[in-house]
Structures are given as C-alpha cells and as structure tokens.
Design a binder for this molecule. Structure first.
Ligand code: HAM
Length: 431
C-alpha cells in the first residue's frame, strides 16, 4: 500500500521550514515590540464552543468542521480558527481580573477546515493571530491593523490593499438587518438553500455567499454604513483618523462582511494585488467582537483581533520574488582522512558545537574530494582537515572556503581560533 498525505495538507520539508522558522521568529519579535504575549491552546475544543463562538450560520460551522466523538462520547472539533479558543481560555482563566489590561495575546498554530483544497486554501493551515481583550478604544483597532501591516511590510511585501468596514453596534445592526430582510425577502426563492435558511437568522451572511455572489440584488443591498448610529459612526471615524495619522492607506468597502458571525464595528481584510497570485487574494482578516466574551460565558468585554495564514504569506512572498535572508550555511565542515582521525572526530565535533560553532562531517566514508564537495554543498565557511599526518603532529589544517587561505594550527587551538575568526568575519559583514 502506498500511503499519501491527506488532501489539503502539506509536508513542510527542510528547505521550506527555514522560511517558516524565519517568519515565526518575525512574528514573535513583532509581538514583543507591540507587547502581545503568546498563548497556546489545545488543537481541539468542545464542538459547542465553535458553534456558539464562530456562529452556526457560517460556512465554517455548517460545512467545514472536523468534528468527532472521543471514546467518552464527547463531541470535539479540531479548531477551525483561534479566536474562540483564545476567548474560552480568557474566560476560563479569568483574565478579565488580571492586573495588566487590556489582555493582549497572540498565537501561531495549525487550524483545520474541511474546505475544497486549492492553491492558498488548505484543510490544515497555520494561523498567526492576535487578540486584544478588555478595551473599547479605537486606538487599539488601529494598533491591531498596524501590527498586521507592519508584519507584511517588514517581510518585504508590497502591493497590499487594506480594506476596512464597520459592521456597527447592536442597534445599527438591528436596523440594517431589517433593511436586508426587506431587500432580499421578496426574491429569496432565487437564492441558494443556504441563503434561504440564513435570511431570518443572519441576513448579512447572504453577502458572503459564494454561490449567488453575482445575483443582481447583491450589488444593490442596503449598505451598513447608512445604518450606523452616531456612536458607531464616531467610532469608525476615529479608527480611520488613527490610520491616517499612522500613514496607513486603506479603502472603505461597505460590502466587507467577513465569514464569521462574531464581528461588530471594525472589520478588515488585507488583500494582495497584482498578477501571479491566483484566485485567492485575501491574506488576512480580522475585526472587533464586542459580544463574544459574553457569548462564551464571561463578563461583557470588548475585543478585537486578526489572523493570517503563513501558507498564504509564503505564496505572496514567492509571487513577489522575495528571498528571505535565511542563514543556511555552516561555519565549518570537518574532513577526516583515515581511521585514527575518524576516531577523534566525535570529540572534536562535540567541542566545536559546545562552543557555538555550526559544524558537520562526513559519515559515509567518502574520499577527500567527496568530503570537500560535501563541505561546499552545505555552504561551509571553513574546512577543518584532520589526516593521519596532522594527527601525528597534533595539528590540524584550517582552510577558508571563501578565500582558499589555509593555516596549520595546534589541535588544541582549533576551537578558539575558529571562534575568533568567525566573530571577526561576522563583525566585518555587519559593519
Ligand atoms: P478568517 O478570515 O476565517 O478569520 O481567517 C483568517 C485568515 O486565515 C485568512 O485571511 C487566511 O489568510 C487564513 N485562512 C483561512 N482559511 C484558510 C485556508 N483554508 N487555507 C489557508 N489559509 C486560510 C479568522 O480565522 C478569525 N479568527 C480572525 C480573527 C482573529 N478575527 C478576530 N480575531
């Protein structure tokens, strides 16, 4: 039997995983600058958490969850996103009572959605997301958007388009909802079954329908922006003022509704423009979810966050030909020629490595030429050559593979000498 990887998943092979490590490191470093702290929650949760949190009229809950019963008969679901789990943990750990408020958290981890796989749409993908809970200040909306934009910018991406909208507060939404029902109801029979089910439960969701997206009523549906009350309007104006002050450009799109039910007020997506990116152009999305903490059983608490997938980010980097500055090469490669030198290799390698030097050697009994080739292939800066002659005189040859220069030095000095040379070279390169 030939085993195959499950549809919509991928192996991240060593060459790619270097990119992942670099990107994840960037995310940790950026969050540190913005003072968001990492949270790690389980990969599965009670199914009910997502039904309530994400919303049971959403595609995610209706069609895309990996739900299973465990041996104790509990219904569990592989998390399709990170916000519901983060809020569950916030409530369960009573973070609303912690001294430093608001609570600013971030996560990096796999999410699971049973979607039709295509480029940029996976069944297992990794999200980097942030959530800020406990503040209703529009400045924090701008901060979250700014963090997302900074992340892409610092990785070198260009041609990004930030799209924002306001979904309003409860009152604005209720009025908009009535208008939406009035707009769609007379002709709802022309829409798909999902939309017909959604019209009373959550008519806003109709705008998110992939089947009927070209129906003429879609383009003429009442805009939420016309239904914003004064509070929501002022809030949205303030978010925009902050974005303007920060020099972040954006477009307001009143049809942006997002695919999850928990949003109110600010909603946003970051898209990539330009050729070569395929059909899926949304890189990340987020927004405010002021009712979610309460929905999950906590006290009334405002919240805002966003998430992006690293898979789509890497696609975007590749489509723009951006090479990340990855450190792939080794400091040294130990070349051993003969039985006695080979016996000395493990100790020498261990000494080098415990002194911070990245080094490898040959384990296949290759000849000198083959070992030199291997040193080249791993991009080693130095070859450390240990042959029978050197061993007899307790010496070693240190050859720079960049300049070809070589020195013969006493065996006990090799670690110190290499550490000094590498330090000097790296200093020279960074100045
Ligand atoms: P979302 O829009 O469902 O929002 O997903 C956010 C991002 O995750 C997308 O923009 C995309 O980059 C990535 N993504 C989603 N589905 C897939 C997929 N099947 N394959 C690859 N990438 C995917 C959320 O998940 C919200 N929890 C975001 C949020 C956080 N809102 C507030 N806080």
């Amino acid at each position: 039997m030939n085993f195959k990887i499950p549809r919509g998943t991928q192996d991240i092979l060593p060459e790619q995983s270097l990119k992942w490590q670099y990107i994840e490191q960037k995310a940790h470093e950026l969050c540190r600058r913005y003072n968001y702290k990492e949270i790690r929650t389980p990969m599965f949760e009670q199914t009910e958490l997502f039904a309530r949190g994400v919303g049971d009229t959403t595609d995610i809950v209706q069609k895309e969850m990996y739900t299973f019963e465990d041996r104790g008969g509990r219904s569990l679901t592989l998390r399709p996103e990170g916000t519901a789990s983060t809020v569950r943990s916030y409530v369960e750990n009573k973070m609303f009572g912690w001294v430093n408020q608001p609570i600013k958290l971030y996560y990096i981890g796999p999410m699971f959605r049973y979607e039709r796989p295509q480029s940029g749409r996976m069944r297992q993908f990794v999200q980097f997301g942030v959530e800020a809970m406990g503040s209703d200040d529009p400045a924090i909306d701008a901060e979250v958007i700014g963090l997302a934009m900074d992340f892409y910018r610092e990785l070198g991406l260009s041609n990004l388009k930030l799209v924002i909208n306001s979904l309003g507060d409860q009152e604005s939404r209720t009025n908009h909802r009535k208008a939406m029902i009035k707009h769609f109801e007379p002709r709802i029979a022309e829409f798909c079954q999902d939309c017909q089910n959604r019209i009373q439960k959550n008519p806003l969701r109709i705008l998110d329908c992939k089947v009927d997206r070209d129906h003429e009523l879609m383009g003429t549906s009442p805009s939420i922006l016309e239904f914003l009350n004064e509070t929501s309007k002022t809030y949205f104006d303030n978010v925009q003022t902050y974005l303007n002050d920060m020099g972040i450009s954006y477009v307001v799109d009143p049809t942006l509704v997002r695919g999850l039910d928990y949003y109110n007020n600010t909603a946003f997506e970051i898209m990539i423009e330009g050729k070569g990116f395929g059909a899926i152009t949304t890189l990340s999305g987020g927004g405010r979810y002021n009712g979610l903490v309460e929905e999950i059983g906590g006290p009334t608490t405002p919240g805002i966050g966003f998430a992006l997938s690293i898979e789509r980010l890497i696609m975007a980097l590749e489509s723009q030909g951006i090479a990340l500055p990855l450190e792939e090469g080794l400091d040294a490669f130990l070349i051993v020629l003969g039985e006695n030198p080979k016996a000395r290799a493990p100790k020498l390698l261990h000494d080098l490595r415990t002194n911070g030097i990245t080094v490898d050697t040959d384990y296949l009994g290759k000849k000198m030429k083959g070992q030199m080739k291997a040193a080249d292939r791993v991009n080693a800066r130095y070859a450390i050559i240990l042959g029978e002659d050197e061993l007899n005189t307790n010496q070693i040859v240190l050859k720079s593979l960049l300049t070809g220069e070589q020195d013969t030095i006493p065996m006990e000095e090799v670690v110190g000498s290499l550490v000094t040379k590498l330090k000097e070279e790296k200093k020279g390169e960074s100045s």
